[in-house]
Design a protein around this ligand. Structure first.
Ligand SMILES: Cc1ncc(C[n+]2csc(CCOP(=O)(O)OP(=O)(O)O)c2C)c(N)n1
Ligand SMILES: [Mg+2]
Length: 504
C-alpha cells in the first residue's frame, strides 16, 4: 500500500494495488490512512470470497467495503461481471478527481473467474484546474494589498498541482515569508528561495509564536492545522485574518474561520490572485512591501546562518547529531535528488540544509502512520526512475515495513536507505516527556528502546539482497553515501545517531 502511495504521489497518476481479503486489507489500513491524508490517487482492490458461499463466513472473509470505507473516497463490491466496467471507471474517475484520494473495490472470486463479452466503455476524467470564485479572489486581493505583515503557509496541494513558480510570484509581490505546513510532507516552495522559512511545526506554542508576528495568514493548500499534542495555547492568534485556498472544500475553514475561502486548484488560481493583488496595491503598499522584503530576507538569512553555526559545532560531537548530518549530506547531494522523509525526532533543520527546489524533490509521511517511508521510496523511485532517491528513515519506523528492502533489491532500484539509528522510539520519549507525567519524573520510558538486543540493520539488509554499511561518524556517512549514490542498485546505510534527547 505504501509503495502504491509513493508511486501515486510521485507520478500524480492512478496506482493500483491488490490485497488479500480481510487480513490483507487490515494490514494495509495504516498505510491506506497515510495515502488518504496525502490525497494519493489509488485504486485498491481486494479479492473477496466467491459469492456462492460468502454467507457461510469462510476463512479470511469479512465485509470488505465497510472496513475500507473510512479511509477512501468510495468503496464498493462488484456483484455482477456486467457491472465491472462501470464500477472500475467510477473508481478511477473518483480517485483522480480533485481532491484526489484512494478508492476501494472488492472483487469476489466468482467475478474474477467469470467469462463473458464485456464492453469496457470509456473513462471520464475531471480536469483538475479548478479556478477560484472571482468575487472571492477580489476580496482576498483587497485584504492582501493592505496587509502589513502577511505570512504564507504553503502545503501539499501546491506541490500536487505543480504551482511552485506561481506561489513564488505571489510571495514576492507580497514580500511574505513562506512557511511549510505542520505536516511538511511536500515541496510546495523552493527551499533555496530567500523567502523560504521552513516548517511551521506541529506544536501550538511554537506556531503561535510564529503567527504572532503577522496580521494576515494566507494558507495555500496547507493544513490548518494538524497538531501533535493538545495545548493551552491557541495556535492561531485571535486577531489574525485568514485567507484559505485549497482544492478540498472540507479543509476550508475546517478549524479556524477563514475571512475569505477559495475553493480552487493552486496552479489555476494563483496567477489570478497575484494579478489582482498587484492591481490592488497602492504605491505606499508597494514601497512598504519592498522594505518588508529586505527585512524578511535578512531575518531568514540570519536564522540560516545561526543554524549553520550550530550544525558546525555539532559536527564535532560524537555520536553523530542529526543537525550535523543534514548539513553534511546537504552539501554533497545532487541537485535532482528526491528525498523521502520519515525522520521523526531527527528531522529538525532538514528542510533548511537539504535543498529541494521542485515539486517532486521531497515526499514526507503526510498521515503520520509510520512504516510509510521505506516502501514509499520504492514506489517513488519507480515513478521517477531518472532521479536519485534518498530515503531517510528512523530505525523504529524502518522495522514496520522492512520487507520493502527485498522489493528494492528484486527490482534493482537505485535507492539509498539511510537508517537514523538512535536505538529508540525517540520521538515518543520526547512526547511523553512533554506530558510531564510518570516518565518525565522517573526517567523511565517503557517499551521505547530498541537496544536489547540492538537491531543489526546491515545484516537485515544483506539478508534481503541489499548492500549495506554501518556509518559511525560523519566521515563514514559521507563516503558511504558517495558510493551509494553511484551504485546501480539499492544501498542501506545504518547511521549511528545520538540516542539522547534534551528534556523539555
Ligand atoms: C503505525 C504507527 N504506529 C505507532 C506510531 C507511534 N509512533 C510515532 S513515532 C514512533 C517511533 C518512531 O521511531 P523512529 O522511527 O526510530 O524515530 P525516532 O522517534 O527515534 O526519531 C512511533 C512508535 C505511529 N505513528 N504509527
Ligand atoms: Mg529511532
Amino acid at each position: 500500500m505504501a509503495m502504491a502511495g509513493g508511486y501515486a504521489q510521485a507520478s500524480g497518476r492512478l496506482a493500483a494495488v491488490n490485497i488479500h481479503v480481510a487480513p490483507g486489507l487490515g494490514n494495509a489500513m495504516g498505510m491506506l490512512y497515510d495515502a488518504q491524508k496525502a490525497g494519493a490517487p489509488i485504486l485498491v482492490t481486494a479479492g473477496q470470497h466467491d459469492q456462492s458461499f460468502a454467507v457461510t463466513e469462510p476463512i479470511l472473509w469479512a465485509e470488505l467495503p465497510e472496513i475500507a470505507r473510512p479511509f477512501v473516497k468510495w468503496a464498493a463490491e462488484v456483484r455482477r461481471l456486467a457491472d465491472l466496467p462501470r464500477l472500475l471507471h467510477r473508481a478511477a474517475k473518483t480517485a483522480l478527481a480533485p481532491p484526489t484520494g484512494p478508492v476501494f473495490l472488492s472483487i469476489p472470486g466468482d467475478i474474477l473467474n467469470a467469462e463473458a463479452e464485456i464492453d469496457l466503455g470509456r473513462p471520464t476524467r475531471v480536469p483538475p484546474r479548478l479556478r477560484g470564485d472571482a468575487a472571492a479572489i477580489a476580496a482576498a486581493a483587497k485584504l492582501l494589498a493592505t496587509a502589513e505583515r502577511p505570512v504564507i503557509l504553503a502545503g501539499d496541494a501546491v506541490a500536487r498541482s505543480g504551482a511552485l513558480a506561481e506561489l513564488v510570484a505571489l510571495a514576492e509581490v507580497l514580500a511574505a515569508p513562506v512557511h511549510l505546513e505542520g505536516m511538511d510532507n511536500s515541496a510546495p516552495f523552493p527551499s533555496t528561495h530567500p523567502l523560504f522559512r521552513g516548517p511551521i511545526t506541529r506544536l501550538a506554542p511554537q506556531v503561535r509564536k510564529t503567527l504572532d508576528r503577522h496580521d494576515l495568514l494566507l494558507s495555500i493548500g496547507a493544513d490548518l492545522l494538524t497538531m501533535s499534542l493538545p495545548s493551552d495555547v491557541e495556535a492561531i492568534p485571535p486577531g489574525i485574518r485568514i485567507i484559505h485556498l485549497d482544492d478540498d472544500a472540507w479543509q476550508l475553514g475546517k478549524n479556524d474561520p477563514a475571512e475569505v475561502a477559495i475553493l480552487a486548484d493552486p496552479k489555476a488560481a494563483l496567477p489570478e490572485l497575484t494579478a489582482a493583488v498587484t492591481a490592488a496595491m497602492s504605491n505606499t503598499a508597494r514601497v512598504a512591501a519592498e522594505r518588508r522584503r529586505k527585512e524578511v530576507e535578512a531575518t531568514i538569512a540570519e536564522e540560516q546562518a545561526a543554524l549553520t553555526t550550530r550544525a558546525v559545532t555539532e559536527a564535532a560531537k560524537h555520536p553523530t547529531q542529526p543537525l550535523a548530518l543534514w548539513q553534511a549530506i546537504g552539501e554533497m547531494l545532487p541537485r535532482n535528488i528526491v528525498v523521502v522523509d520519515e525522520t521523526l525526532s531527527s528531522g529538525a533543520g532538514l528542510r533548511r540544509f537539504i535543498a529541494g527546489d521542485d515539486a517532486k524533490s521531497f515526499f514526507g509521511m503526510r498521515g503520520g502512520g509510520i512504516g510509510w517511508g521505506l516502501p514509499a521510496a520504492v514506489g517513488i523511485k519507480l515513478a521517477l526512475p531518472d532521479r536519485p532517491v534518498l530515503a531517510l528513515i528512523g530505525d523504529g519506523s524502518a522495522m514496520f515495513n522492512c520487507q520493502a528492502l527485498w522489493t528494492a533489491a528484486h527490482e534493482r532500484l537505485a535507492i539509498v536507505f539511510l537508517i537514523l539509528n538512535n536505538g529508540a522510539y525517540r520521538i515518543l520519549k520526547q512526547r511523553v516527556n512533554a506530558l510531564r507525567g510518570h516518565a518525565a519524573q522517573t526517567g523511565r520510558y517503557v517499551a521505547m528502546d530498541l537496544v536489547d538486543p540492538p537491531i543489526d540493520f546491515t545484516a537485515l539488509a544483506l539478508s534481503m539482497g541489499v548492500r549495506a554499511e554501518r556509518a559511525a561518524s560523519l566521515d563514514e556517512v559521507r563516503s558511504a553515501l558517495a558510493a551509494a549514490l553511484d551504485a546501480a542498485g539499492p544501498t542501506l546505510i545504518d547511521v549511528a545517531l545520538d540516542p539522547t534527547f534534551a528534556p523539555v
